[in-house]
Design a protein. Structure first.
Length: 339
């Protein structure tokens, strides 16, 4: 079968013939659509992922159909979304509803072979059945939707609040969609000059203002939008030092900064300002099972339409081109088709 593999400890990816997985115990899934994530781009660029063992099949965002059920109660032909994390189900965190913090977690495409392949074999608890009303492409983007949704769950936003979103990648834009759906009164999205394409998408999706960080007016504009106060909540998805520092500046006294980003290096922030302004700094990691179910309901009931986030489609043979397009920030979600 064809698979997209990180074969060498240097920038790049390759499409190779990989041995098809078989198991008597675990279900085998035919991958119908898989999406490229920012993490995949870091691995493609080979920045910050030296701990990985290669060769490895990449990818952790995918949707497919059950081919064989193994010992599970799944039905062949059933549409499923794949949980990007294999959890142990036994540790303290798994047993207390915080499986995103599982002490034995393994991430697909990072610690174990991932989903950028024609077939995968995974434990049944990594597979979540989808209603037929959710398309394969939509299904492949439920993983990042769940990540954005978990950040909302970890926030205190209420209808009528003002929010700022730093980092207009897919997670920032999905957060924008969810905030608008949650009744915020204003949402300002901030990116860099390199993000022009994505900031324009933010505008189309209902951002009240889009701001370019290099223009240097972000704090003033956010204050102007919020009666001189600052944002009630700031979501930080840039993963950059300047992004996190800016997020802390944009929050109003008593407000909240929520970061779900991964930072390549340590970041120092003005902690004293946060203390004096009683600003809460919160974090958010992947999502829990209940978030998955909520994300599936939002899409299957058409409460939100995530299709605009899927801007590019590539057959697996063009995977290298797909990675280059996303790495150049000229796409939101690029979906790989394995058919
Ligand atoms: Zn991802
Ligand atoms: Zn666990």
């Amino acid at each position: 079968m064809k698979a997209i593999v990180k074969a060498e400890r240097k920038p790049g990816v390759t499409v190779v013939d990989w041995e098809q997985p078989v198991s008597q115990d675990d279900p085998v899934i035919k991958i119908e659509a898989a999406a490229i994530c920012g993490t995949d781009i870091h691995i493609y660029d080979w920045v910050g992922y030296d701990f990985m063992q290669v060769p490895i099949v990449m990818g952790h965002e995918a949707c497919g159909t059950v081919v064989s059920r193994g010992n599970s109660s799944l039905v062949p032909g059933q549409k499923v979304v794949i949980d990007s994390v294999i959890t142990c189900g036994l540790c303290h965190y798994c047993r207390t509803g915080f499986e995103n913090l599982c002490t034995n977690r393994k991430t697909l495409g990072l610690n174990v072979n991932g989903v950028f392949a024609e077939y995968v074999c995974l434990p049944s608890r990594s597979l979540i059945p989808l209603p037929e009303t959710v398309g394969f492409e939509e299904g492949s983007c439920l993983e990042p939707l769940g990540v954005a949704l978990r950040a909302i769950e970890n926030s205190r936003i209420k209808p009528g609040d003002s929010v700022a979103i730093v980092g207009p990648g897919p997670l920032g834009l999905l957060t924008l969609m969810l905030c608008k759906q949650s009744g915020v009164r204003s949402a300002i999205v901030i990116g860099t000059r390199a993000d022009t394409y994505r900031l324009n998408a933010a505008k189309q999706w209902g951002a009240d203002r889009i701001l370019v960080a290099e223009d240097g007016e972000c704090a003033a504009v956010v204050r102007e939008y919020t009666g001189g106060l600052g944002a009630d909540a700031v979501f930080e998805w840039s993963g950059s030092r300047t992004g996190l520092r800016m997020a802390c500046e944009l929050a109003r006294p008593g407000g909240q900064v929520i970061s779900g980003a991964i930072y390549a290096a340590d970041v120092s922030i003005d902690m004293t300002r946060l203390v004096r302004a009683e600003i809460t700094l919160s974090t958010s990691r992947s999502r829990v099972y209940s978030t998955w179910i909520r994300a599936i309901h939002l899409v299957s009931n058409r409460v939100i339409d995530i299709n605009p986030v899927i801007t590019h489609r590539f057959p697996v043979a063009d995977a290298v081109k797909a990675f280059a397009t996303v790495a150049e920030k000229q796409a939101l979600k690029a979906v790989i088709e394995f058919a």
